[in-house]
Design a protein around this ligand. Structure first.
Ligand code: CA
Length: 296
């Protein structure tokens, strides 16, 4: 008798739970956002982070909160992602903050500073060392909430059409190298150029530039630089652990239900970790292939 009564109560309890869950889900709105990436689609690592993020966000909100990812140049010029989020053209961006070094050198701290932190140190500073709070205060002036969005790990020093034997050989060379690092190289006589990832190969092939740095073996191989500039130098002392970032329009962020804010933040953490692990897993094999292809 007692058992039957318990079972009856348990059944009632379960059905109440079953009714309550969909009612809660229905209360949350359907939201469709656009994200402008600074990177070309061919790079599954650095471009892929935005897709990792968007897939998880959609899955964890029952398909209700969707962020469509656009490659660099598709709806926004690759190096103007920050401006587009600030202006409200798109709700989100995925980019490297040091692209905006020219507006304010502070942007470099959200990405990389020459001879600065490695990947683990950058994540530790941002997540545990007060970096997030400092940078959020800075980004607020631009109407943006920033999140970690991956890290490439220590980068390579770049591709040169001719061998560099001394510092004098850098004199007058045009090199694709942006932001803070470009400023340092300029003092050594180099002429720095800021060029989006997808546009580097044609410039190097035509000889408009003499050298270019991008990321590391895996991405660089995909973009084909070794075919036109066989001298590959390491390390990229200006990028010991460059962090990529997700930008969210502050205005749009404040409108989100708390559940969606939480899901969005969790998805950025996943994208951050997956990008780092992908680079660490894929770079060694790519470097071996490059050497086999005659890279010096
Ligand atoms: Ca780089």
């Amino acid at each position: 008798m007692e058992r039957r009564s318990f079972l009856k109560k348990a059944t009632v309890g379960a059905s109440v739970g079953a009714i309550a869950a969909p009612a809660l889900a229905q209360a949350l709105p359907t939201i469709n956002w656009r994200l402008a990436s600074s990177f070309p689609k061919s790079l599954d690592t650095i471009f892929g982070a935005a897709e990792t993020f968007s897939k998880r966000l959609s899955q964890s909100t029952g398909g209700k909160f969707n962020v469509r990812v656009f490659a660099g140049g598709e709806i926004v010029p690759a190096l103007q992602v920050m401006d587009a989020v600030q202006a409200g053209t798109v709700e989100m961006g995925h980019t490297a903050s040091y692209y905006y070094f020219g507006k304010d050198p502070t942007f470099a701290f959200d990405c990389a500073v020459p001879f600065g932190l490695n990947s683990r140190q950058q994540t530790a500073w941002f997540d545990q060392g007060g970096g997030k709070a400092l940078l959020r205060e800075f980004f607020k002036e631009y109407g943006i909430v920033n999140f970690m969005g991956g890290n490439t790990g220590t980068q390579m020093g770049g591709w040169f059409r001719k061998e560099v034997k001394s510092v004098q050989d850098l004199n007058g060379l045009k090199m694709r190298i942006g932001g803070f690092a470009g400023r340092v190289m300029q003092k050594l006589g180099l002429v720095p150029q800021q060029i989006a990832g997808g546009d580097i190969y044609p410039a190097l092939e035509k000889g408009t530039i003499d050298a270019a740095e991008w990321v590391g073996p895996y991405d660089d191989e995909k973009l084909g630089f070794y075919k036109v500039a066989p001298y590959y130098y390491t390390p990229g002392w200006w990028e010991a652990g460059p962090q990529l970032s997700f930008y969210v329009s502050l205005k749009e962020w404040e409108k989100l239900p708390k559940e969606y804010q939480s899901a969005l933040e969790a998805a950025t953490y996943e994208a951050h970790v997956v990008m780092q692990s992908e680079y660490d897993a894929k770079n060694p094999a790519a470097l071996a292939r490059l050497l086999k292809n005659g890279v010096k």
